[in-house]
Design a protein around this ligand. Structure first.
Ligand code: NI
Length: 195
């Protein structure tokens, strides 16, 4: 296992469409090592997830885990999951570009590849997640709320999309300002930003 260097916004690897992992390649040392390294890198950096392009590997793999994460103290726990060649389908009534409030989850996101910035992103609040796990077994689940937002964020990375592309630009904030003005306001209102 090794901690890998995380690509930062501006690196072209973050903007390419990552390649499908051929099922036969999944059992190779190279891919299994990559998955182990992604998990270690995510945990080391307190990420809620990480996608292979973020560690300079243009492959359609992401890992997600939330367990008492200091970067996202109000996120619910998400057990470790490895998603290979994931496909995400929104399960909401309204169209993606005109989400009703009840069909949307809107929350401040951050990204290990966009160091020190948060921004408010609106996404479908319920999605179907289909993928292979690291052993090649098919996974087909419905995710809702924060986990749905996280898996959409990670899958966007595989298509060269960063959260800043989807954020309301007027909400983009550096971390000290986010903590000063967004978190404090939320505590004052007693309204959690995410549910
Ligand atoms: Ni990210």
């Amino acid at each position: 296992m090794a901690i890998r260097k995380i690509a930062q916004m501006g690196h072209p690897v973050l903007r390419r469409r990552a390649e499908e992992v051929p099922p036969a390649a999944l059992s190779t040392v190279r891919v299994q090592q990559l998955i182990d390294d992604m998990i270690e890198t995510m945990r080391d950096a307190d990420g809620a997830g990480i996608a292979a392009p973020q560690v300079h590997e243009s492959l359609r793999i992401s890992v997600i885990e939330v367990a008492g994460n200091p970067r996202y103290p109000d996120f619910p726990g998400i057990p470790l999951v490895v998603l290979v060649n994931p496909m995400i389908d929104p399960l909401v009534g309204s169209p993606i570009d005109a989400l009703s409030d009840e069909d949307a989850i809107e929350m401040f996101e951050g990204c290990l590849s966009v160091h020190g910035i948060r921004g408010r992103v609106k996404r479908p609040r319920k999605v179907r997640v289909r993928a292979l796990d690291r052993t090649g077994k098919a996974l087909d689940e419905v995710w809702e709320g924060v986990p749905a937002a996280v898996v959409q964020h990670e899958t966007d990375h595989l298509d060269g999309i960063l959260f800043v592309d989807r954020a309301d630009p007027r909400t983009l904030s550096f971390m000290p300002e986010y903590e000063r003005y967004v978190v404090r306001a939320r505590i004052a209102e007693q309204t959690p930003d995410i549910d």
